[in-house]
Design a binder for this molecule. Structure first.
Ligand SMILES: Cc1cc2nc3c(=O)[nH]c(=O)nc-3n(C[C@H](O)[C@H](O)[C@H](O)COP(=O)(O)OP(=O)(O)OC[C@H]3O[C@@H](n4cnc5c(N)ncnc54)[C@H](O)[C@@H]3O)c2cc1C
Length: 270
């Protein structure tokens, strides 16, 4: 349970309320996280919260975390500056399992900051592009200003190594992507259901519609993966805060097949 000290080496503002910090170990490091896993980040004197890993530079043991300031701890983490120290525990939770999708088509659907846990998947796929057939990334945000990793999305689009489509709920005059919720992009895709693995991450309501849209095209629920968020304090199956029915999101999740998620989300009180 004791956090390891990491030092902030970079700080990038993504949107008005979202910041990506790069951190390196002061001395001891945690094991390298897999795409989809999260760390417990401790903001000194404020508290500790789960935050997904949004990038890994294994050679330098450098981790990236993209944090949206919503409350006391996330605000403190977003306010950290280069040189500051943060506590890190982990990595925890299940991974997307990118390798299991190799040989087939991959569909990534991200809503808002939901692109953060999917970003390491994109990096992994681009590193081994030939191992995958068609790779599609759909990104939705409320407005162009609220889209995270805008520069990187543009470079993915320009490289044409995968199909990237972006959409916003509210466009500006300069916006060149689509307008409408991200799930409308799914309806316009032609999906090969037998070979497609879909990974969806974003607000729960968006994931419900995205999963439904993908399954409406014949993709089996066990081939649709979602990353769930539930408040947690320990991250290691002790406190029970993240429990969803019989499931501990911290250890059996956050990444779960829709076949396991659907029956739980169908119950209102959970
Ligand atoms: C596995 C996992 C991965 C996560 N990854 C990221 C990430 O990459 N980037 C990021 O910015 N956030 C992520 N979160 C959410 C983040 O942990 C919460 O925003 C944080 O715990 C809020 O703490 P706080 O003290 O800042 O705010 P609080 O004061 O605890 O809460 C402020 C507001 O946010 C709401 N809230 C708190 N926790 C959650 C939650 N887990 N889900 C939805 N709403 C919540 C509260 O209801 C309240 O309205 C993740 C959560 C989980 C479980």
């Amino acid at each position: 349970m004791a956090p390891v000290a990491y030092r902030v080496t970079s700080r990038t503002r993504e949107t008005e309320d979202t910041v990506t910090i790069g951190i390196v170990p002061v001395t001891e490091s945690i094991p390298t996280p897999a795409a989809g896993q999260f760390c417990m980040l401790y903001a000194p004197r404020v508290g500790e919260v789960p935050i997904s890993v949004s990038g890994v530079e294994a050679s330098q043991s450098r981790l990236l975390h993209t944090i949206r300031a919503v409350g006391a701890v996330t605000k403190a983490l977003c306010a950290l500056d280069v040189g500051d120290v943060v506590g890190v525990r982990g990595p925890y939770g299940t991974a997307w399992g990118v390798e299991a999708a190799a040989g087939g088509d991959l569909l990534l659907v991200a809503g808002g900051i939901g692109l953060a846990p999917l970003r390491p998947v994109v990096h992994e796929v681009l590193r081994r592009r030939r191992r995958f057939r068609r790779v599609t990334l759909l990104v939705g945000a409320r407005s162009p200003d609220e889209m995270v990793f805008r520069g990187e999305i543009a470079s993915w689009q320009a490289s044409a190594r995968m199909e990237v489509r972006t959409t916003v709920d509210y466009a500006t005059a300069a916006w060149k992507g689509d307008v409408g919720v991200v799930t409308t992009l799914i309806e316009r895709l032609t999906i090969d259901p037998e070979v497609t693995v879909a990974m969806v991450c974003g607000p729960e309501v968006m994931m419900r519609f995205a999963a439904a849209g993908v399954m409406a095209q014949g993709v089996a629920p066990q081939r649709v993966l979602a990353s769930l968020e539930r408040t947690m304090q320990c991250g290691i199956r002790r406190c029970g805060h993240c429990q969803l029915g019989g499931l501990f999101i911290c250890s059996e999740g956050p990444v779960l097949p829709w076949s396991r998620v659907a029956p739980l989300l169908a119950r209102r009180e959970l």
